[in-house]
Design a protein around this ligand. Structure first.
Ligand code: NDP
Length: 311
């Protein structure tokens, strides 16, 4: 039986509706959550992501503003802007779009963000809160992974979760969230020996690698839940055929645009897995939905409205 497809777009849309309802309730109390997005220089992919975040904010009723320091900005310039945003009461969330230009020290910049406004959850204080199970702001993509599992009624407690990838942005916080939800967690990376055998142990397999289609059917235990975080641009014809031969819709896109988006999980996994997130339309849409959620949560934590957003 082919895998149940976990519809991330639908789940993200549900979360956005809940956030919009909460924003309206806060408005009745005179509070409007505010998000500042900082985009340094010109990176076409980042510009698209930032546009998406600003648009999503408007749709749920969050006030947002965009700051675009020039490509030649120094670490001190960006930190000065962050400091100004830290002090403005109408700003509840500050998001610094990564990557930053090479001369800007990303670690210093992320440290400069007030942890109470750190809607990306990257500040070491929030990382510490997550690892000690204290309330704080949780990175959006891993938080989205947990929402997919929770809202799809996939049990986590007592299950073996294998996370492939150990980045600070996805792999490590995903592993921590799964551990906090009482999974038995294994974290894999590029030095892991016999990756397919470790992955086959998983009841829940999370792929956050950045390698198109690396997870093939022989990595997956029959019936396992597979969450594909990867977003990879495939431009090579042989690579395209390895992943999508016979997929006429994708072939058309590939011929037209010269590229397609692929996850870290090979499409053949749908024949083995019990449940699977698609790419696109799986984890991706959750990232922005959880950013909206975190902005409202930050506003609630800072301004103490005592409203209903949980977590
Ligand atoms: P990073 O490059 O920071 O981390 C990749 C991780 O994968 C590293 O831990 C690396 O191991 C591991 N890895 C790389 N190659 C292998 C391999 N052959 N075998 C086992 N492990 C391997 O990436 P990110 O965590 O930032 O992103 C991962 C993917 O998720 C990307 O495709 C990215 O585009 C996507 N992404 C999607 C988002 C969304 O909204 N859906 C948001 C953020 C990311 P090591 O540590 O040893 O180098």
């Amino acid at each position: 039986m082919p895998a149940r497809i976990l519809d991330g777009s639908q789940i993200a849309s549900d979360i956005r509706k809940e956030v919009a309802a909460e924003v309206s309730a806060m408005a009745a109390g005179g509070i409007r959550p505010g998000l500042a997005v900082v985009l340094v220089g010109h990176n076409p992919a980042s510009e698209i992501y930032v546009r998406g975040k600003v648009k999503a904010s408007a749709e749920v009723g969050i006030y947002s503003e965009q700051h675009t320091p020039s490509e030649t900005s120094t670490t001190a310039d960006v930190c000065a802007l962050i400091d100004e945003l830290n002090h403005r009461n109408e700003i509840d969330g500050i998001l610094v779009q990564l990557p930053l230009p090479p001369q800007v020290d990303a670690k210093k910049v992320l440290m400069a963000v007030d942890p109470a406004k750190d809607v990306d959850g990257f500040h070491p204080l929030n990382v510490g809160f997550l690892s000690t199970q204290r309330p704080g702001l949780v990175p959006c993509t891993p938080a989205g992974v947990m929402e997919i599992l929770r809202r799809s009624q996939i049990p986590v407690a007592g299950r073996h979760a294998v996370v492939v990838g150990r980045s600070d942005i996805v792999g490590k916080p995903a592993a921590m969230l799964l551990l906090n939800a009482n999974a038995t967690v294994t974290v894999c990376h590029s030095k892991t020996r016999d990756l397919p055998a470790v992955c086959r142990e998983a009841d829940i397999l999370v792929a956050a690698i950045g390698r198109a289609g690396l997870i093939t059917h022989d990595f997956v235990k029959p019936g396992a839940t597979v969450i594909d975080v990867g977003m990879n641009k495939v431009t090579d014809n042989a690579e395209f055929l390895r992943l999508f031969a016979g997929d006429s819709k994708r072939e058309e896109t590939f011929r037209k645009r010269g590229s397609v988006l692929a996850g870290d999980v090979h499409p053949e996994v749908a024949r083995v897995a019990g449940a699977l997130t698609p790419v696109p339309g799986g984890v991706g849409p959750l990232t922005i939905a959880m950013l909206m959620y975190n902005t409202v949560k930050a506003a609630r934590m800072r301004k103490g409205s005592g409203l209903a957003v949980s977590g």
